[in-house]
Design a protein around this ligand. Sequence first.
Ligand SMILES: Nc1ncnc2c1ncn2[C@@H]1O[C@H](COP(=O)(O)OP(=O)(O)O)[C@@H](O)[C@H]1O
Ligand SMILES: [Mg+2]
Length: 352
Amino acid sequence: MSETGALTDSGSEPEERVLEAALRPKNLDDFVGQARVRQQLSLVLEASKIRERTADHVLLSGPPGLGKTTLSMIIAAEMNAPLRISSGPAIQHAGDLAAILSSLSEGEVLFLDEIHRMSRPAEEMLYMAMEDFRVDIIVGKGAGATAIPLEIPPFTLVGATTRAGLLPGPLRDRFGFTGHLEFYSVAELELVLRRSAMMLSLSVNSAAFSQIASRSRGTPRIANRLLRRVRDWALVNRQETIDERAACAALDMYEVDERGLDRLDRAVLFALCSKFGGGPVGLSTLAIAVGEETETVETVAEPFLVREGLLGRTPRGRIATAAAWAHLGLSMPADAIFAGQGGIELDSESDD
Ligand SMILES: Nc1ncnc2c1ncn2[C@@H]1O[C@H](COP(=O)(O)OP(=O)(O)O)[C@@H](O)[C@H]1O
Ligand SMILES: [Mg+2]
């Protein structure tokens, strides 16, 4: 990963996962926000408890860092069931999946992260397992191949995906419940941060919480990460209580601005405005101007800039919005083409 994206990138690295695990809410009541998904999920789980049946299969979709893995653990905990964790990329052959499925115990929750990245043959085996709790193990090759049916105990599949649109229909249809996670409000992120600060025994005042929350891009993972960086800063600078000044000083030092943009995000906007008059300019030209890979600009910086209404995608290239000029403190030239008033149509193609 590029050094620029590390602090505000919403994906997690192995080392971070250890710290994340400690901050994960353990039950639905402690899970902040996502009121609708929480309510619906709690109903699904309650009902299955009353019926003394394994819960329906659950699909969780949404961008990284919003709580999919956390929810899968909560589901297992609420059902009092053991949890098995694997992921799409880890299941390359149908045999890999058969091995997992055949070793499940009754009622176990199987969490498959990045389920959209599973191989085709494994996917087809999963259909049958989800529906009939049975798989066919193919033994031998060619004309001599035979299918040996194998019963598997009832289990609950929890699938997670950042790209629900990439899941084939037949797979999506086999989930009894689909929960789509949304970005969190600043108020919700403040609650996440309060909880984390308590668990880390940190003293943080309200103004500092709201500073950190508003720079966290609607994402609990980023909020927790920024909190740890602020904690480091306070430790080194011997601040017992983290106040707004400390939070701002720390986050400014890490180049995360008041809207959550990092160095790369600002570099992209700045190049777009100062070198290309606000666009339209092609993505690869823009990437060269900031000295980054096209893919990095497209996947790391752009989605957030578009979501914030700072950058627009048009059929002719990327353009800066009026908000972008304002955010950089630049005055927009009269002839700049920008979304909203210039009559330019934004590409409606979304990420998902
Ligand atoms: N609703 C929430 N309330 C409190 N903390 C949360 C919530 N959602 C996510 N987190 C925290 O954010 C981090 C990332 O969550 P995770 O479940 O790993 O996200 P995902 O699997 O969607 O990428 C975890 O440390 C978790 O504690
Ligand atoms: Mg996850």
